[in-house]
Design a protein around this ligand. Structure first.
Ligand code: DC
Length: 207
């Protein structure tokens, strides 16, 4: 069974994807890490984020095992990832890696922006996780503070809005709701309630 979880930044999709994966005993891929690691490789090499030739090479050079999440989770990396993610050659370079992961025997859970639309259009269960920008900014601010980053709520909200706009308006695999996805708005839900709702959606799809 392939479970595709998409949604905007800080919607809670990562937490739900991890929990669903643990519940069903499936491997999980946070595809945002691929774009974050691509951006990180460019920054570490002193390259520009919008250099499509170098960005594609950085994406092709990634291995699923070399993610240092601590270095990839910060506020700046999210923004940088959104910039490289708009480059079609980068998306193409990362497509096969994601589809190979999804094709594991038994299935997988993937979360990102284009899983249900582009990477796994045949996924059995597709959930589009969302929440209001203010709720997402609150969650992201708490997460960043927990990581020891200095947090300015207004700046985090501005980041979220900017990323929503960039991720939704790019020409290549924009953030859109797949036709057969179920929308789960977590604005008024805590993690336990959101997980219960997500599980109900998946169980319903499994018949
Ligand atoms: O989910 P995240 O915040 O870690 O993602 C970081 C950026 O990567 C996001 O702003 C857009 C991009 N991304 C994407 O374009 N497609 C995906 N499947 C996952 C992430």
């Amino acid at each position: 069974m392939i479970i595709a979880i998409d949604g905007p930044a800080a919607s809670g999709k990562g937490t739900l994807a991890r929990r669903l994966a643990a519940h069903f005993g499936l491997p999980h891929l946070d595809t945002g890490l691929l774009y974050r690691a691509t951006a990180r490789a460019l920054i570490d090499a002193g390259e520009r984020l919008d250099d499509s030739v170098r960005a594609e090479a950085a994406a092709r050079g990634l291995a699923l095992t070399d993610f240092d999440e601590d270095k990839l989770r910060g506020r700046e990396m999210g923004e940088a990832a959104s910039v490289v993610a708009a480059i079609p050659a980068v998306r193409k370079a990362l497509l096969e890696m994601q589809q190979t992961f999804a094709a594991r025997p038994g299935g997988a859970v993937l979360d990102g922006r284009d899983i249900g639309t582009v990477i796994c259009p045949n996924a059995q269960a597709k959930i589009f996780v969302t929440a209001s920008p203010e709720t997402r900014a609150n969650r992201r601010a708490l997460e960043l503070a927990g990581r020891g980053e200095k947090v300015d709520y207004a700046a985090v909200l501005e980041d979220i809005r900017k990323r929503d706009e960039r991720d939704s308006s790019r020409s290549s695999a924009p953030l859109v709701i797949a036709q057969d996805a179920v929308v789960l708005d977590t604005s008024a839900l805590d993690i336990a309630a959101a997980f219960k709702a997500a599980l109900a959606i998946v169980d319903d799809k499994r018949g």
